[in-house]
Design a protein around this ligand. Structure first.
Ligand SMILES: Nc1ncnc2c1ncn2[C@@H]1O[C@H](COP(=O)(O)OP(=O)(O)OP(=O)(O)O)[C@@H](O)[C@H]1O
Ligand SMILES: [Mg+2]
Length: 293
């Protein structure tokens, strides 16, 4: 009997969080690098299923870096990155869209449906949800890499109102109908801002932001947005962490209440973040929130 009472108590401990997040939008960016292990993948889907069933409105945005690299390797193409962004020629664009909008997107949708959850997979192209333009980092032309000009949340709103979990692939078109590959970190942030999400969570393949990428015990648990530039200059934050952290900042500035980078390889990391006070991963905050560092 004690076992069951303890179980009931555990459930009760989640009540304040369930109340707090009822009907609120939580955007989850699922990093391609954390999406490799089947068991972990299902654990993330189950966490989001639970969130949905207790009244949260999840929106899932996925990347697919590792799978795109694998596919490019198969056709004998090298993966090149500039500041964490993939250099995208015509062929890379075609492969990226097939992997992201086709294989990964539909697999995630299928996994939700296996859990009895209604889900719809779209890319930024559908319903003209995302309007892109060419991105030129530091004036450099890196091909079909887009940045987000505008978000039209109409389709996402309709899907959520009809009880679907939207699953979004980071592909979009510009005004001239050119297709662009957009780093999913930007998409997650832009959607969180446009949808006025309560929370934005980046699930990735590291513990959070590390002071030394080689040392998993060097986790920085809180970062004020005005320290970000310094970390970039000191080369603490490099590669794939750059778009993530820059977008955390953007979302905070756009009014998203809480923004976190979590280790998607930790079982139930999302439940820990949303329904407990555990403080895992890295939290990004505005200085005046005075969370201390
Ligand atoms: N200070 C840092 N702390 C942690 N990771 C860092 C840091 N600087 C750079 N990184 C790199 O950032 C990577 C995470 O970004 P990456 O783009 O590879 O994954 P993702 O964004 O989760 O997946 P995807 O790009 O497929 O959506 C880590 O694996 C790590 O190598
Ligand atoms: Mg990335």
């Amino acid at each position: 009997m004690d076992k069951y009472i303890n179980q009931a108590k555990t459930l009760m401990e989640a009540l304040p969080y369930i109340k707090k997040f009822n009907n609120k939008i939580v955007v989850i960016k699922y990093g391609g690098s954390a999406m490799i292990d089947e068991k972990l993948k299902m654990s993330v889907i189950k966490d989001i299923t639970l969130m949905k069933l207790v009244g949260i409105r999840p929106v899932v945005v996925h990347g697919g870096g590792k799978k795109i690299n694998e596919m490019l390797e198969k056709v004998g193409k090298e993966s090149l990155f500039v500041d964490g962004l993939r250099v995208t020629d015509d062929e890379t664009m075609e492969i990226a869209e097939m992997v992201l909008s086709g294989s990964i997107n539909k697999e995630i949708v299928q996994m939700f449906q296996q859990q009895g959850i209604k889900a719809v997979g779209i890319s930024g192209k559908d319903g003209r949800t995302i309007l892109a333009r060419k991105k030129m980092p530091g004036g450099k032309d890196i091909g079909w890499v887009g940045e987000i000009e505008k978000v039209n949340p109409e389709l996402l709103d309709s899907l959520m109102n009809d009880d679907f979990v939207p699953v979004v692939a980071p592909i979009a078109t510009d005004e001239n109908n050119h297709t662009y590959n957009i780093n999913a970190d930007y998409v997650a942030s832009a959607l969180a801002s446009a949808l006025k999400a309560e929370k934005l969570v980046y699930l990735t393949d590291v513990e959070g932001v590390l002071r030394d990428v080689e040392d998993k015990d060097s986790l920085i648990s809180k970062i004020a947005i005005d320290r970000i530039e310094q970390y970039k200059e000191e080369k603490v934050i490099t590669g794939g962490m750059i778009p993530k952290i820059e977008n955390c900042k953007k979302s905070i500035e756009a009014g998203v209440n809480s923004v976190h980078i979590l280790d998607g390889r930790v079982e139930h990391c999302l439940l820990l973040e949303v329904f407990t006070n555990s403080g895992i991963g890295t939290m990004i905050y505005k200085q005046e929130d005075n969370h201390g560092e």
